[in-house]
Design a protein around this ligand. Structure first.
Ligand code: G3P
Length: 220
């Protein structure tokens, strides 16, 4: 499963790029607004340090405007994925970009029918918003399972990009369900490595080693 960071904060991104665990980035208008940066400049900055897919979202709501903005975003770098809202115009723009070989991420997916339409529009990724569904008393992980089942049943190649994840458990469940990618706030990404038994186990190993009086791995 690919792991993306869901942020437009360049310092948060650069701090996590070493180590090869981050496969790409997703942004949205709220995240760009929060960063205070110009969207074109910030996407260019991100693409300069991230070789994998970088989702950049249009803000136009009409078909022609989406095409114009999507092309401008895509012109920034070859790894830009044009992010489009799951609306009639967004799906139409998705089909146009798919026919041109431009990768897309159809976002704000809250139902199986919407995910079915995104696949039929040729989306590269569809982004179901797990946490926001849970917030409404729904079953976000259940939606991921349903999309996986239907995509497999019909052989749709659209990647399921689990979004709006709120916990490390969400990440584990997205992986078990077979999502192709998950996008995480940096804090959740950082938490994935943590386990109290790893910490206590390492402490015990090092305490035992210290008792030998050796420094490092040498005998001296
Ligand atoms: O970027 C899309 C999605 O991950 C947003 O998540 O936490 O704003 O619901 P959230």
């Amino acid at each position: 499963m690919q792991l993306f960071l869901d942020t437009a904060d360049i310092s948060q991104i650069t701090a996590r790029m070493e180590g090869g665990l981050v496969d790409g980035i997703t942004t949205n208008p709220s995240l760009i607004a929060k960063s205070g940066a110009d969207i074109m400049e910030r996407i260019a900055e991100i693409c300069a340090v991230v070789p994998g897919p970088v989702s950049a979202e249009v803000v136009a709501t009409g078909f022609e405007g989406m095409l114009e903005e999507g092309r401008r975003l895509r012109a920034i770098a070859d790894n830009v994925v044009v992010k489009l809202p799951l609306t009639t115009d967004g799906l139409k723009a998705c089909r146009t970009f798919a026919d041109e070989g431009i990768p897309t991420n159809v976002t704000l997916c809250f139902s199986l029918n919407q995910a079915l339409l995104a696949a039929k529009a040729g989306a590269t990724f569809v982004s179901p918003f797990v946490g926001r569904i849970d917030d409404m008393g729904g079953d976000g992980l259940g939606l991921l399972e349903a999309i996986r089942e239907v995509y497999d049943q019909y052989g749709y190649e659209t990647g399921i990009l689990a979004a709006s994840l709120r916990s490390v458990t969400h990440v584990e469940m997205a992986a078990r369900i077979g999502c192709d990618a998950a996008t995480l706030p940096p804090g959740i990404f950082d938490s994935m490595v943590n386990h109290p038994l790893t910490d206590s186990g390492l402490k015990a190993f090092l305490d035992d080693w210290k008792k030998t009086g050796r420094s490092g791995l040498s005998q001296g």
